[in-house]
Write a protein that binds this ligand. Sequence first.
Ligand SMILES: NC(=O)c1ccc[n+]([C@@H]2O[C@H](COP(=O)([O-])OP(=O)(O)OC[C@H]3O[C@@H](n4cnc5c(N)ncnc54)[C@H](O)[C@@H]3O)[C@@H](O)[C@H]2O)c1
Length: 365
Amino acid sequence: MKTVKVDLGKRAYDIIIGAGVVGKLPRIVSEISKNAPAVVITDRNVISGSGKILGSVLKKIKNPVVKIVLEPGERSKSFNVFAATVKKIASATRGHKPVIVAIGGGVVGDLAGFVASSYRRGVPLVQVPTTLLAQVDSSIGGKVGIDLTEAKNIVGAFYQPRKVLSDMDFLSSLPPRQINNGMAEVVKYAVIKSPEMFLSLERNIGKIRSLDGKFMENIVTECAAIKAGIVEKDELDDMDIRIVLNYGHTLGHAVETASGYSDLYNHGESVSIGMLMAGEIALRMGIFAKRDLMRLEKLLSDLDLPVRIKKVKAAKILDACKYDKKFTSGKTRFVLPCSIGKVKVVENVSPGMIRSVVSCFIKKS
Ligand SMILES: NC(=O)c1ccc[n+]([C@@H]2O[C@H](COP(=O)([O-])OP(=O)(O)OC[C@H]3O[C@@H](n4cnc5c(N)ncnc54)[C@H](O)[C@@H]3O)[C@@H](O)[C@H]2O)c1
């Protein structure tokens, strides 16, 4: 078991990582409040994949438990589901201030976190991330929110949890594609900050595939520590520090949007291509070595992540770029790699360069 502290003064909290750590939930809830109802928000897939683990933990919670089970998928991060959830909480907890427990992937975490941030102007939140992506990324740092049809993550708040319990046992019921989804973010952290982790990923593809418990615990811990360190310096994402976490996301989001958020590319798969495209831009600008770009491409493809774009038109991707928040007021801002373990923010990458790199990544069939 490992602990990573997110040091945010009054809002500081621990991320506890390891097999079986969800067993600590009953005590954590009762430490937050002896009598408050525990509102457990989860989704149907978590129940079917990890029902046994959950059943035995929830039974041990002494506080009254209210369970809310969402439909799996991004559609649950909606205004309607938010409204239905707070209404259920209001009628089930009858005037008591609840503790919200989010047990699920990023969708459950973002929705439940937003509920916690706004219900009664804020009630305690515990995050129990059950996907690799949620363990290394979405459960940490306090960004919570929902989507509108107009845009993703457009309504939300910064709201830190009281505790994060990242239990490796949840990963065993995840489909391999969901593991890869999270691994793309893991590679992102390695490129941003950890050449050692990058090397370790290259050397241990087998352990990743077999979800070796100790190895995965170390990876989740390292990523959590990197994210915690960045969030501590720029909690509200207004100091140009947290932006490095967007490495691979600018063109990645454009690929995701251009593919209509279909099954073609999930988030991590889009980020995989986005990281390589940013690497290619950096190479052409002379700030990133060919050797490093090739290492990155090999690692991503060893992890079964896509390295070229299929079935999406370049024009659609370029169009989607225009709506990216980093392209504000006509400026094109990119987080580009300088080496494995170091990135920098570059302003005004020329539209011609972006067009050429995107076209170059379209796989001719
Ligand atoms: N708040 C942040 O800082 C932040 C950062 C990155 C991503 N996000 C958000 O996170 C979301 C994506 O998160 P995600 O990739 O975890 O997606 P997700 O929550 O949709 O989970 C992926 C799939 O895995 C299933 N699942 C979850 N846990 C399982 C388990 N243990 N066993 C079997 N199936 C399980 C889910 O039901 C779902 O079908 C997006 O909405 C994204 O915007 C937020």
